[in-house]
Design a protein around this ligand. Structure first.
Ligand code: ZN
Length: 133
């Protein structure tokens, strides 16, 4: 009979990687955080851009971004007064594949869902303000 001998160390490493995967999935198990990830799959954006696009209050969007950052799904970068968020270098490709497919589906179903490249009416972020000139 075939048997598998596994060392204590290997078991602990496997448990740790399962805990990490569970934390990642917990961070994603939220409708607005999924929307943010779907948007950031297209590139980086600042809080005010996401806030305007998703029609939520800034503290709420910040809270969701912090949860995504704590799960190491999102990184931030400061440029002057503006902090830009992007998907972390950790690139869970199968997951992003799903997110991209979902985003494409949303765009077909909900034409008002804009892409990040679109200037958002009323958004105060530098990119939107610049495009207005
Ligand atoms: Zn903007």
């Amino acid at each position: 009979m075939h048997s598998v001998r596994t060392s204590e160390g290997a078991i602990r490493r496997e448990e740790a990687s399962h805990r990490e995967a569970a934390a990642l999935l917990r961070a994603l198990a939220h409708p607005v955080r999924l929307e943010i990830v779907a948007l950031l799959a297209q590139g980086e954006a600042c809080v005010c851009h996401l806030q305007t696009l998703l029609r939520k209050r800034q503290p709420y969007i910040s809270q969701q971004l912090m949860a995504l950052r704590d799960a190491r799904l999102v990184d931030d970068r400061r440029d002057g007064a503006v902090v830009y968020y992007r998907l972390a270098a950790l690139d869970p490709e199968p997951l992003l594949g799903w997110v991209r497919a979902e985003l494409a589906r949303q765009r077909r179903a909900l034409p008002h869902v804009a892409s990040l490249a679109t200037r958002v009416e009323g958004c105060p972020c530098p990119r939107c303000a610049q495009a207005e000139e």
